[in-house]
Design a protein around this ligand. Structure first.
Ligand code: 4FN
Length: 231
């Protein structure tokens, strides 16, 4: 549900997701919110009560589009005020019957439309977008790649980062020396146990240094005390 239906499927029409769409492994229905306006000028927004800049999407229009166009599964409003989307939620959504995504424009939507229907709010992160559409496309991408048959190599899926809450180890390919930088020796050694061990150490180091939030969460989920010793 969007005021810019021409933004879909967008990048979802490319690559594996696009092939899977063409093959009927998943479906995308884009609904133009403007089609649910109540007047001849097709108004979907109005000035905010209390004043201030910009426009707000009207609750009556939003309720009509949700009631008439939402499919099976949850209705989600993509919003910077929402809970952060994570891979656990992605997995649950991908396993479900579908999802209906509401994309905001202007200053966003009238709060009552969200409240009245108990709509879930999810955010992709802390940055400014001009609309919810790029966030919707990212959420769909994250879900679609988990659908059976979309990614041929199931090992790629299982081995991936976030299966165990750790970042990925650093990757290297040819040339073996590039701009004076050599590939780590261990990767050329042919000692598969040592390679496995090195990669695991690299994953833990990267997670600790770059994403202390993920590192703490992992320790917590393993029942460890957060603090200097495990930090
Ligand atoms: N964004 C911030 C603070 C205030 C406003 C915004 C903002 C699009 C309709 C929402 C943005 C980012 C991640 C949807 C941002 C997302 C959006 C998202 C989004 C137009 C109103 C708006 C403090 C986060 C920087 C514009 C912070 N994930 N407003 O971006 O829809 O899903």
């Amino acid at each position: 549900m969007t005021l810019f239906p021409e933004m879909f499927p967008g990048s979802l029409g490319c690559s594996l997701a696009g092939k899977a769409l063409a093959d009927g492994l998943w479906r995308l229905e884009t609904v133009d919110i403007r089609g649910f306006a109540g007047d001849k000028h097709r108004t979907v927004d109005d000035a905010p009560f209390g004043g201030g800049p910009g426009m707000v999407m009207r609750p009556d229009v939003l309720d009509r589009v949700i009631t008439e166009a939402a499919g099976p599964g949850p209705v989600i409003y993509l919003s910077p005020r929402g809970r952060l989307l994570d891979q656990a939620r992605v997995k649950t959504l991908a396993a479900g019957p579908g999802v209906s995504l509401l994309c905001g424009r202007y200053e966003g939507v009238d709060e009552r439309a969200i409240e009245a229907r108990g709509i879930e709010e999810l955010s992709l992160g802390d940055f400014v977008l001009s609309g919810g559409e790029p966030a919707a496309i990212a959420l769909i991408d994250a879900c679609v790649r988990l659908l059976p048959g979309v990614i041929g190599d199931q090992a790629t899926l299982a081995e991936e980062s976030f299966e165990d809450g750790l970042l990925e180890y650093p990757h290297y390919t040819r040339p073996q020396v590039w701009e004076g930088r050599a590939v780590p020796e261990v990767l050329l050694s042919g000692h598969h146990d040592r390679i496995r061990q090195w990669r695991q150490e690299q994953r833990e180091k990267a997670t600790r240094e770059r994403r202390p939030d993920l590192w703490e969460r992992r320790l917590a989920s393993q029942g460890a005390e957060p603090g200097p010793k495990n930090g």
